[in-house]
Design a protein around this ligand. Structure first.
Ligand SMILES: Nc1nc2c(ncn2[C@@H]2O[C@H](COP(=O)(O)OP(=O)(O)OP(=O)(O)O)[C@@H](O)[C@H]2O)c(=O)[nH]1
Ligand SMILES: [Mg+2]
Length: 316
């Protein structure tokens, strides 16, 4: 082996060129580096993002056990029928026990394990490279560059991290269950603003249709979304794939709703605007200068406008 080829193995840049080949191994290696926060990934980011093909990034989020992985599994089957190559990132930003979830996800998606056009990875991010949302964004870019479209991101829960991750997606599906009860209030507060589509899963259980109706009624009167239509509420049974064709249609339709290139560009810019603001905020919170400035404002040694200007000067 020549020294050059040793080098080619050790730096991610040549791997990005290899991603386009459709080989799984360069992608798997790059994802491991991204997940581990390997500093060698940083200089490769311009090339990685430039290699993107514009995959439809779809977020799947919702409370624990609502059937997200089972639904993803059924969606994969449907998109494979449509000739799509599907990439999946399963991210648990809050739990240190992600490895257990990974095992469950692997079992539920096992039927696709031998399919070379399905690539699934669970991410146990420790938040290097600017937080779990940034790590997920980079990993999704790697799947995009490798030709997977759609790229699904499954996250559990309804906390801030999940909202940040949902913002990376062009289309976000919130998966609920019929017995949501007080949960409705939680969605209203948190996930509502990010839901483009709501799936009431476990449609085989009593009350699913009623829960869907309640959600629709609630969404049609919910404030704060005047600029957007209420998201469609669909009933699914992930275990039998009931309603999954309609859900896949709704996801695909959500993307094509931006009919003109200008609209599509505007929507992409809005999505990046929110995701980038989250990323910048996460980085800022970890920064010593920010911390000093925050304390100065708290101590009334500095006014907030001057503080904001100084901080942005530092960034610019
Ligand atoms: N009855 C019924 N059970 C379902 C349905 N979808 C999923 N389940 C079951 O619900 C349980 C949880 O499903 P998962 O797909 O692991 O749910 P999840 O939301 O991915 O769970 P976490 O990733 O742990 O948050 C499993 O036992 C599934 O078999 C459904 O439509 N009907
Ligand atoms: Mg899951």
């Amino acid at each position: 082996m020549s020294p050059q080829s040793v080098c080619a193995v050790d730096t991610p840049e040549p791997m990005i060129g290899e991603l386009a080949s459709g080989e799984r191994r360069p992608l798997a290696r790059l994802l491991t580096r991204i997940e581990n926060g390997d500093p060698s990934v940083r200089p490769a980011l311009p090339e990685l993002f430039a290699a993107g093909r514009g995959a439809h990034v779809v977020g799947i989020t919702g409370p624990p056990g609502s059937g997200k992985s089972t639904l993803v599994n059924a969606l994969i089957t449907e998109w494979r029928k449509r000739g799509r190559r599907v990439g999946i990132l399963a991210v648990d930003p809050s739990s240190p026990y992600t490895r257990g979830a990974i095992l469950g996800d692997r079992i539920r998606m096992m039927e696709h394990a031998a399919d070379r056009d399905v690539f699934m990875r669970s991410m146990a991010s420790r938040g290097e490279l600017g937080g779990v949302a940034a790590t997920t964004w980079i990993a999704a870019a790697a799947l995009d560059a490798a030709g997977y479209d759609p790229v699904l991101i499954e996250t559990v829960g309804a906390g801030q991290s999940e909202v940040e991750i949902a913002r990376l997606a062009e289309t976000t599906v919130v998966v609920e269950v019929p017995e949501m009860g007080d949960e409705v209030q939680a969605i209203k507060a948190g996930l509502l603003e990010v839901a483009d589509i709501i799936a009431v899963n476990k449609g085989d259980r009593p009350g699913a249709d009623r829960a869907a109706r309640q959600l629709r009624a609630m969404l049609s009167t919910a404030g704060g979304r005047v600029e957007r239509k209420p998201p469609p509420v669909m009933v699914t049974t992930a275990t039998t794939a009931d309603g999954v064709v309609a859900l896949a249609d709704a996801i695909d339709a959500h993307r094509s709703q931006a009919r003109t290139p200008v609209e599509a560009g505007e929507r992409a810019a809005n999505q990046v605007r929110r995701a980038l603001a989250d990323l910048a905020a996460t980085r800022a919170m970890a920064d010593a200068t920010w911390d000093r400035t925050i304390r100065a404002v708290a101590d009334r040694a500095l006014d907030p406008m001057t503080a904001a200007e100084r901080l942005l000067d530092g960034v610019g």
